[in-house]
Design a protein around this ligand. Structure first.
Ligand code: GDP
Ligand code: MG
Length: 250
């Protein structure tokens, strides 16, 4: 079972209009400071936040109780003038958890009214999180032949293809910066990942390295995924073989 918390700035649209038109820089500063605080508060509780849209952040919160959300909400409300809502969803897959969170928000299922926390919690074991850390193999050499903006445009195409492909497998893809992507999944098989790697190779002539981590919390899963990825880099640097997918489970 995956638990996901969707964090949204409340009343953001109307509030942005009150700032006048010279507002973009202020919104960018606000969004990045909010992301910084959220990543800080959730990662110290072994969760991991994904930027998604800048006014809406997804956090994988396996193992986190409503009272932890309350503590985080209290800290955030002291730091920012704007309010946020937190909606918790659980499901057998990350996509299902996202659907359940959305349904809970629409049906106004309140978990803590004072702190603007919504959701529907099932009982039972929190289950395992699988994170796939993908990175473009040899992006430095691609950058040598393309201008910076052309590289960004290529990364966007890869992001779009990855999101579409893995959504069909009920997984959620996020761009993490540079040439790095993380896919939150429940149990995507190596065979399916191989299919994606072949598709990208065929379409763009690009190879991805792919580290997989599975653990009880998102932060531990990401740690293992990145460890797997670093191991692939090591193997590659020694010129040993063409291993592209490696998995570690805690
Ligand atoms: N988000 C994230 N970015 C990383 C990580 N490691 C490297 N990067 C970024 O990825 C870029 C390319 O590094 P790398 O993939 O090692 O180079 P390559 O082997 O030439 O593709 C770096 O410049 C960083 O921006 C990571 O673990 N997470
Ligand atoms: Mg790379």
């Amino acid at each position: 079972m995956i638990q996901l918390t969707i964090l949204k700035i409340t009343g953001y649209g109307p509030w942005t209009l009150t700032l006048g038109s010279d507002r973009e820089h202020r919104l960018q500063i606000l969004q990045s400071s909010l992301y910084q605080e959220i990543q800080n508060l959730f990662s110290e509780r072994n969760c991991l936040a994904f930027p998604n849209r800048f006014d809406e952040i997804f956090v994988i919160t396996n193992g986190l109780a409503v009272r932890d959300h309350v503590e985080i909400q209290e800290k955030i409300s002291k730091l920012f003038d704007l309010g946020i809502s937190l909606t918790i969803g659980q499901g057998n897959t990350p996509f299902e958890a996202n659907l359940n969170a959305d349904n809970a928000r629409r049906m106004n299922l309140v978990l803590d009214k004072e702190h603007n926390i919504f959701g529907q919690l099932k009982n039972g074991d929190d289950g395992l999180v699988q994170i796939i850390h993908m990175d473009v193999d040899g992006s430095t050499s691609i950058s040598a032949t393309k201008s910076p903006y052309e590289v960004s445009s290529l990364i966007l195409k890869l992001y779009s293809d990855m999101s579409e492909f893995f959504l069909k497998n009920n997984s959620l893809t996020f761009f993490m910066g540079g040439d790095n992507f993380m896919i939150v999944s429940s149990s995507v098989e190596h065979e399916i990942i191989c299919k994606f790697l072949e598709l990208i190779k065929e379409r763009y002539g690009i190879s991805f390295n792919c580290g997989i981590g599975t653990a009880k919390t998102a932060r531990d899963a990401a740690n293992l995924a990145t460890k797997s990825l670093d191991k692939i880099r090591e193997i590659r640097d020694y010129g040993k073989n063409e291993q592209r997918i490696l998995e570690l489970t805690c």
